[in-house]
Ligand binder design. Structure first.
Ligand code: CO
Length: 134
């Protein structure tokens, strides 16, 4: 069902500082910050060719990554995003197998303008998984 790794998302307390580490220390090309109000995060993208790294900083009062950063004050890996061909078919198959889909179960538009869903980490070896329709 799952295809390529699309991105690894790292939650960070300070997006400017994190972007500087990737740009200046690691020598990566880092995008301009993009505010994703619907998702409660500001994000920068680092395109590595085979996959991306996304650095996420909380945006607004109810950011879904705020609790994560309270527990991981220096930041940390927040989720992995795998590509699927058909997100609704993938969702229905996963639900049939007992997996929990987060939120209302309907895809939202993700950072790349494509439909995304999140799967409960307790059903997937402790890692939060995002599915993105490629
Ligand atoms: Co993501």
């Amino acid at each position: 069902m799952i295809g390529k790794l699309n991105h690894v998302a790292i939650a960070v307390p300070d997006l400017g500082a994190a972007a500087a580490i990737y740009r200046d220390t690691l020598g990566a090309k880092v995008s301009d910050p993009q505010a994703l109000t619907e998702h409660g995060v500001t994000v920068v993208f680092i395109d590595l060719g085979n996959a991306k790294v996304e650095l996420l900083e909380p945006l607004g009062d109810n950011s879904p990554i705020a609790g994560f950063l309270e527990k991981n004050t220096a930041g940390g890996i927040h989720h992995l995003c795998y590509e699927v061909d058909d997100i609704l078919a993938a969702r229905d198959q996963l639900k049939e197998q007992g997996a929990r889909v987060l939120g209302d179960g309907e895809p939202k538009t993700g950072a790349h303008g494509k439909p995304v869903l999140f799967l409960h980490p307790k059903d997937f070896t402790g890692a939060l998984i995002e599915l993105e329709q490629a």
